[in-house]
Design a protein around this ligand. Sequence first.
Ligand SMILES: CCCCC/C=C\C/C=C\C/C=C\C/C=C\CCCC(=O)SCCNC(=O)CCNC(=O)[C@H](O)C(C)(C)COP(=O)(O)OP(=O)(O)OC[C@H]1O[C@@H](n2cnc3c(N)ncnc32)[C@H](O)[C@@H]1OP(=O)(O)O
Length: 184
Amino acid sequence: MTRSSLTTPPPGAAAPAPPPGAPLPGAALGSHYGHCFGCGTEHPTGLHLTARTPDGATVEAEFTVGEAHQGAPKLAHGGVLAAAMDEVIGMSVYLFHKPYVTGRLETDYLLPVPVGTTLHLRAWCNGISGRKAYLEAEGRIGAPDGPVAVRAAALFIEVSMEHFAEHGDLAAIAAEHQDFEVNP
Ligand SMILES: CCCCC/C=C\C/C=C\C/C=C\C/C=C\CCCC(=O)SCCNC(=O)CCNC(=O)[C@H](O)C(C)(C)COP(=O)(O)OP(=O)(O)OC[C@H]1O[C@@H](n2cnc3c(N)ncnc32)[C@H](O)[C@@H]1OP(=O)(O)O
């Protein structure tokens, strides 16, 4: 992965153990918001990613590239692939049971991804330092051990739930997340 210093964890940054209440190994993670473009089940044209954590520390999901995801004829659009990486990385930091947003997302495109391809996505955390989480993901063609088509590195920033109240619609999230309080 060609990674900038901004997405490289500083020395000593370690991923914490999942807190009580975090998804257990083997658990499906579900959607964090029904209208999310990445995982929302109610989104009419979204990616509809469904993820699970095999070990409580990493996240896996599959994304099949469809006609709606084209950039060049019969090839996936790079921005759509970046959205899939953003989503699976977001799910991996959700394992820590705190709200984070993407601050920076870096993507390497290594192979073209034809329509009809199933990408096997995997994301994990390389470390947390203060409010900053350093994360990484890869997308492999056709199988969990297939050739790597996309790699991503990201810096996610921890926010309070007030972030969503101030800038978005906290009530819509709270309706689906009784486990997140505005003033815990
Ligand atoms: C997404 C919905 C979540 C719903 C939450 C509800 C429940 C959670 C449940 C489930 C979640 C599960 C899955 C989520 C899956 C996918 C989600 C996809 C994620 C997204 O798609 S989310 C949308 C795109 N995202 C944004 O919409 C962010 C817009 N942005 C801002 O809202 C501010 O920009 C913010 C808050 C990022 C920072 O603002 P701020 O004022 O709080 O903090 P500040 O600026 O001081 O930064 C603190 C330290 O981070 C460094 N830093 C900041 N930004 C940086 C950058 N870009 N590059 C390098 N370093 C950066 C600073 O340099 C400083 O570092 P230092 O402390 O060392 O000085």
